[in-house]
Design a protein around this ligand. Structure first.
Ligand code: AMP
Ligand code: ZN
Length: 137
């Protein structure tokens, strides 16, 4: 997309600190890092959310996330990583081009876990929710 900043990076119209690239994916440092090495992995083809990704690219993106995770941990001596997607506006997605955040993590770095992202009171039973999700097409 012409005005998408991540597509502009893919096309070389906007600079980025690239750390990994293959035929279908690109990874570069987040411009406002939450931690040293905060990296974004993207599919080169524009899509907004994970569900919009062409099915043929799902494995390619997963491969890139894995490769970048290995590189980050090795390069920075990080014993762990937090990996996540703000998958849609309501989840905090600001740049509407699918990107997977990878954050190097350390013991006692003061950060939270996935469990600190959101916590709302549950109304429906696990059984009810399980049924709803399992039958969705
Ligand atoms: P979000 O859409 O909320 O998942 O996050 C978008 C991320 O993209 C933020 O962490 C920004 O710091 C990052 N970002 C925005 N513009 C650029 C850019 N030109 N280069 C690298 N990272 C960027
Ligand atoms: Zn784009």
């Amino acid at each position: 997309m012409a005005d998408c900043i991540f597509c502009q990076i893919v096309r070389g119209e906007r600079s980025a600190y690239k750390v990994y690239e293959d035929s279908d994916t690109l990874a570069f440092l987040d411009i406002f890092p939450l931690v040293e090495g905060h990296t974004l992995v993207i599919p080169k083809a524009h899509c907004e959310r994970l569900q919009d990704l062409h099915p043929d690219l799902t494995a390619k993106v997963a491969h890139a996330v894995r490769a970048v995770t290995e590189k980050l941990e090795k390069a920075l001596g990080a014993p762990a990583t937090t990996i996540g997607i703000n998958n849609g506006k309501a989840a905090g997605q600001v740049v509407p081009h699918l990107h997977i955040h990878i954050l190097p993590r350390y013991e006692n770095d003061g950060g939270g876990t996935i469990h600190s992202v959101v916590r709302t009171t549950t109304q429906r039973s696990l059984e009810e929710i399980c049924h709803l999700i399992a039958k969705a097409r």
